[in-house]
Design a protein around this ligand. Sequence first.
Ligand SMILES: NC(=O)NCCC(=O)O
Length: 386
Amino acid sequence: MEGKELKSLDELIRKNLTGADLLEFNRIHYGRVDNHELEIKKENFQYGSENNFEISCYDFPANKEEIRKPRIVKVGLIQHSIAIPTDKPIIEQRTAIFEKVKKIIEIAVDEGVNVLCLQEAWSMPFAFCTREKQPWCEFAESAIDGPSTLFLKEFASKYGMVIISPILERDETHSDTIWNTAVVINEMGKVIGKHRKNHIPRVGDFNESTYYFEGNTGHPVFETTFGRIAINICYGRHHPLNWLMFGVNGAEIVFNPSATVAGLSEHLWAVEARNAAIANSYFTCAINRVGTESFPNEFTSGDGKPAHKEFGHFYGSSYVTAPDGSRTPGLSRVKDGLLIAQLDLNMCRQIKDKWGFCMTQRLDLYANSLNEAIKHDFVPQRLPKN
Ligand SMILES: NC(=O)NCCC(=O)O
């Protein structure tokens, strides 16, 4: 599988560039000379080193304003591999992931994180490659009182933290349907809503359309004590209008919990969420799982490769981008990790005022054109050569 040996692209740069060259690289690539790294508590850093898990923290300050006070929020992004093999009983697999993630959440709490987001379908292997219904559908759970929600609610209320929990959802009220859903739990431990993945991939090993349908929740933005947040789940990041609508609804931070692999998308990863932050004047937080997941039975893909049992390499590399386009280095490509970013949400409006992207976006023009484009007798606006 592609490049499992490379730990991190950012580390590769740091190792090979020094002095003025490194500063110039930082200025042009990250959008700022200094990465504004914030210190992690010694004991947390130590825990990470001893447990093969990375923690880093960066600051995104905004300009001082006369009238508004800074609106500082700490976000935490968790990326992780599964904890035990996929042929173990479902409950054991989930419990093992809970145990692993619990320690990372405790560190996030200790570092003062206000809004925490986990990766796509965080409490299970990404078994949608297999197309098998059994046993994987058994991971599907209620957004309100399923095991993942109950597990995370405790942390949310105990530590006053908003938590975004992307799960495989079972909706018992609507005929036991299954969805790919991000559940939002507020700092009192209450589920304040959910967002269902709008765009379902049919590419490579991502056979997700066997399990769930395109989401029916629109583009909700959740008002929280720590800002207006939204979630664009994985494959939705390839759709600029999906990002756009979260911006239109007023998001200040959009999380992109994902599960994607090296051969398919790694060259797109650093571009898409970053571009969305620039185009929509909000912060984006892109999270990807890590590791290679092996399944008991061989499965096939849409790309003609021989049947195989391994799905991955999921390349991690979670990162945060600010509305001004500056970004953090990515987390590791191979290790579990916690990326913390301290954001001043005032930057969203400051960048809207500076660049005017939202003011100039011509929604009316596109709405009219799109209304035409969806008609069955649509004629594209093309002019003949002569
Ligand atoms: N989970 C998911 O939607 N993956 C699709 C592949 C990609 O978008 O990179």
